[in-house]
Design a binder for this molecule. Structure first.
Ligand SMILES: [Mg+2]
Length: 225
């Protein structure tokens, strides 16, 4: 019997990619740069690579902020200040969250039935500000952010810190829902939680993960919980 639901935030409840695209366009405008078609795909590629390094512990978030846009500018052969771009980008990101389709309906459904926890590796201030711009906060019981807990998904220490605050909860009666196999699913699996992979892009199902549920839309989760 599931009692506690962990939900990832970026690209699960909030559409980080849409928000990042809008924010990069605004920051390009601030810098008088042309936002051409190649920019955003390169952002996604470089950003994903950097986040994988954060998950495996070989990069810190501070380092990501220092190098992210410079790497992207270098690849696109754009002569601009990566640090300034990062500042403008983060400013716009905080102001403009975009909800994933079905996110509010899902939380409204889960909120009275379960202890609902958000679990994210994104920067604390950025995430709290973005959430504050949405109707999400009153629908959740706990917001677990790696920066505040001192450990990130998929580390055991992240979940230890969450369960230390969740009195009476256990991994066996908990489920984690998220779009990331490396952070959400592998973290939850290793901790003995049930797992639900949110796979809206219909990516191939990797055999090395023993996932309990795979959903392609947030609406489908109401059939499981
Ligand atoms: Mg995510």
């Amino acid at each position: 019997m599931i009692q506690t639901v962990f939900l990832d935030i970026d690209n699960t409840l909030l559409d980080f990619n849409e928000c990042a695209k809008a924010s990069s366009m605004k920051a390009f405008r601030d810098l008088n740069l042309t936002f051409h078609d190649e920019v955003f795909p390169v952002f996604i590629e470089e950003n994903d690579k950097l986040w994988l390094k954060i998950e495996d512990g070989s990069l810190t978030r501070e380092e990501l902020h220092k190098i992210r846009w410079q790497l992207i500018f270098d690849r696109l052969q754009i002569d601009a200040d990566g640090i300034l771009m990062e500042k403008l980008f983060l400013h716009h990101i905080k102001e403009s969250p975009v909800l994933m389709s079905g996110a509010l309906d899902l939380l409204t459904y889960l909120s009275p039935k379960y202890t609902v926890c958000l679990a994210s590796n994104a920067p604390e201030q950025q995430q709290l500000k973005r959430l504050a711009h949405t109707p999400i906060p009153p629908l959740v019981d706990y917001i677990f952010l790696s920066e505040a807990l001192g450990a990130a998904k998929p580390e055991k220490a992240f979940f230890d810190a969450c369960f230390a605050r969740l009195l009476g909860a256990s991994p066996e009666t908990s489920i984690i829902i998220g779009d990331s196999l490396t952070a959400d699913i592998s973290g939850g699996m290793a901790y003995g939680m049930k797992t639900c992979w949110f796979n809206p892009k219909h990516l191939p199902h990797p055999t090395e993960y023993n996932i309990d549920y795979v959903v392609h839309s947030l609406m489908e989760i109401q059939k499981i919980l």
